[in-house]
Design a protein. Sequence first.
Length: 136
Amino acid sequence: MGAKVASLTVFPSKSEEINIGRINLVSGSGIVGDYHQGTEKQVSILDLGARKENSPGFCHKRYKENILVQELPFLEGGDLLAVGSSVLRIEAKPCFDECPLYSGSLTCSLRGRAFFANIEKSGIVEIGDDVLLEDS
C-alpha cells in the first residue's frame, strides 16, 4: 500500500490544536498558521503505529505531530521525504536524558518513528497524500 498521510494538525498556539484536511508548508519557515512557524522545529512527523501505542515514555503524551503517517518508512537524519507537493529534510528527534525509558535503555515507541523536519520545497499536503523517501 505504501505510506500515506493519515491526519494533519496545526497548532495556532501551544495549547490549541486544529485537525485539518490540508496544510501549506513554506520553505525555510514552516506550516502556515502553526506557532512553530519560523523556528527550528518547522514540522513534526509521527508514525500512526507509535501514536496508537501506550508508552510510559517522557514525551509520548507530550509529542504533538503536524503530520501523522500510516506506514512511515525507516528514516534517518538528513533523509528527504516527499509529502504531497512538498519535500522535507528529516531531523532526528532527540531523547530527553530524564526520560525513564532513555535513562534505563528501554525501548521507546517514538524512537525511530517521531521526527522533526525542515521544509526544503514549499507545497501543499493533504490527508491521503503519498509519503515517499527520496534519494538525498
